[in-house]
Design a protein around this ligand. Structure first.
Ligand code: NOJ
Length: 567
């Protein structure tokens, strides 16, 4: 009898553990890690991932059809950039309804199907939360602009001009020209940090906070595991509307250079993040920040003084180390490691793809492996960008007429826009790279014939196979997930080396960031591993050496060597 009771208790507890996989209180491992700390995230730009209905634009059912690929690759969470109803001026970052799906991407039913299929595979869904602004076609703004006494007037930032035809101050939109638009009907100006079609919400109004927090609750109920917070540093503006300091020179739009002192990074935004975090915590959710910071101190603030703001502020300082410089990477890694849980990103839909940024034009595949070998073996949580795993390259527009992203039209030719890094995923060598049977919304580079998922799966030396191995290793190896970062040979200007040390285990990572052969040696006695021998885990060396001595490792140009160190 006792045995039977015990058995049923075990079954019940087992079920409970399974249910709690995505339930309100996040399960933690024995060392207190939450799921997102051991997860690999993957950003999907839905227009460009997979097109299920062959209209040239990707959609939710397309994403669902690729879940097995993602699972197999080693992805644990997908962040989907905005797929809500939108006039698509900024390709979804102008939201006209936060609680629905744009028909071009499918329906809420399709979303629920995606969510349930993802859950079956243990893949979490992260939505994009466009908090700073709505579309000018959102019902709140339509009411707001209807009259000075409208119920939603104070949901946006309206002001009188300084004089006839003069905006309230000198603030500029980050997408070019004045950040104020005059509304003839009510005789006032509204503020937009991005396009005029993206009016800024007034976060000083508690009704805005309530409505926006409710949006997150609504999606949590639908099963999402968190949000990526868009443009988080632009939430507040100086209530006195002080002019920003003007700097020498002009920017790519021909406007005066300016320091965004009074309209970005105001301290009030941290109050909102703390409150938003409370809501997230009630749902066991994770908050990821689009946190462009000038230094580590600024990044550190986004975690909150008591780890009570963002769990995952993205470290773009890492992506800004735009050259293969071991010294600069060492500095950045040490800085973010000390600041909080690191969140490494190489590419996204707003910046040139890593393949082009780091590539030298000759060894791009090797360099792509060096960069993957770096950020997939560091601590913290990596966020991949779709296509990065096959070494997809930017395909920038050749002329202004071809540009789809409005900033590329406004700023041409200095600013070509972001189309280049948003082109369709290259699945195979068939028409339109297997993305769609119709001409896609953005052109696919001819190189897709050889650079595509199907082809790279067959090639043991492909960038994709390197990613698959590195991700599998990361999932299996406790040192790679939780080990302490120990920099090695810190004066080496060509080779970046470190240990990930965890209890009695260690993984050695050696990355040749130069185009010439390098010889390195390691003395691990200060780490108590003086007599240890390396066992190769991953290497790009053509000889595939098994018997490597720590006293002399020879690395080919842009070579990667990753080994387990055992006493
Ligand atoms: C940041 C997004 O990543 C970008 O694509 C968008 O244009 C702006 N925020 C405005 O929402």
């Amino acid at each position: 009898m006792l045995i039977r009771i015990l058995k049923s208790l075990i079954v019940t507890l087992g079920c409970f553990a399974a249910i709690s996989l995505f339930a309100q209180t996040p399960p933690v491992d024995a060392e207190g890690h939450q799921w997102w700390q051991h997860a690999v995230f993957y950003e999907i730009y839905p227009r460009s991932f997979a097109d299920s209905n062959n209209n040239g634009i990707g959609d939710l059912n397309g994403i669902t059809s690729k879940l097995d690929y993602l699972k197999d690759l080693g992805v644990d969470a997908i962040w989907i950039t905005p797929c809500y109803p939108s006039p698509q001026v900024d390709f979804g970052y102008d939201v006209s309804d936060y609680e629905n799906i744009d028909p071009m991407y499918g329906t809420l039913k399709d979303f629920d199907h995606l969510a349930s299929e993802a859950k079956k595979r243990g893949i979490h869904i992260i939505m994009d939360f466009v908090m700073n602004h709505t579309s000018d076609k959102h019902k709140w703004f339509i009411d707001s602009e209807s009259s000075k006494t409208a119920a939603h007037r104070n949901w946006y930032v309206w002001h009188d001009g300084r004089g006839p035809g003069q905006p309230p101050n000198n603030w500029l939109s980050t997408f070019g020209h004045a950040a104020w638009k005059f509304d003839a009907k009510t005789g006032q100006w509204y503020y937009h940090y991005f396009y005029p079609e993206q009016p800024d919400l007034n976060w000083r109004n508690p009704a805005v906070e309530k409505a926006m927090f409710d949006v997150t609750r609504w999606w949590y109920q639908r099963g999402v595991s968190g949000f990526r917070l868009d443009a988080v540093d632009t939430l507040f503006e100086d209530p006195d509307l002080r002019d920003n300091p003007v700097l020498p020179g002009t920017n790519k739009y021909g406007d005066p250079n300016m320091q965004d002192k009074y309209n970005t990074k105001l301290p009030e935004l941290h109050d909102v993040l703390r409150e938003l975090r409370k809501v997230a915590d009630r749902h066991g959710a994770v908050l990821i920040g689009e946190t462009w910071t000038k230094d580590i101190d600024e990044l550190k603030r986004y975690y909150g003084d008591h780890s009570n703001e963002l769990q995952m502020p993205m470290d773009f300082l890492f992506a800004r180390v735009d050259k293969l410089s071991p010294g600069e990477f060492r500095k950045q890694i040490a800085g973010v490691d000390a600041a909080g849980w690191p969140v490494y990103v190489l590419s996204n839909h707003d910046i040139v793809r890593a393949y082009n940024r780091y590539g030298d034009g000759q060894h791009n595949d090797q360099i792509a492996k060096v960069m993957a070998g770096l950020y997939l073996t560091l601590g913290g949580t990596p966020i991949m960008y779709y296509g990065e795993e096959i070494g997809m390259e930017n395909n920038d527009p050749k002329s202004q007429e071809d540009v789809k992203d409005p900033i590329g039209k406004i700023g041409w030719p200095k600013e070509k826009g972001r189309d280049g890094e948003r082109t369709p995923m290259q699945w195979n060598d068939s028409t339109n790279a297997g993305f769609s049977q119709t001409a896609p919304w953005l052109p696919i580079p001819p190189s897709y014939k050889t650079r595509n998922v199907a082809g790279e799966l067959k090639d043991p030396d492909s960038v994709l196979q390197f990613y698959r191995h590195a991700l599998a290793l990361r999932h299996q190896n406790a040192a790679l997930r939780d080990g302490q970062y120990v920099p090695l040979n810190e004066n080496d200007q060509n080779v970046l080396s470190y240990l990930r040390r965890y209890k009695d285990e260690a993984v050695l990572v050696v990355l040749n960031m130069s185009g010439s052969e390098q010889k390195v040696s390691f003395d691990l006695s200060p780490q108590g591993l003086g007599s240890a021998r390396p066992a190769t885990l991953i290497t790009t060396m053509s000889s595939r050496p098994q018997d490597v001595q720590l006293s002399q490792i020879t690395l080919e140009p842009f070579g990667v060597y990753i080994a387990k160190i055992a006493k």
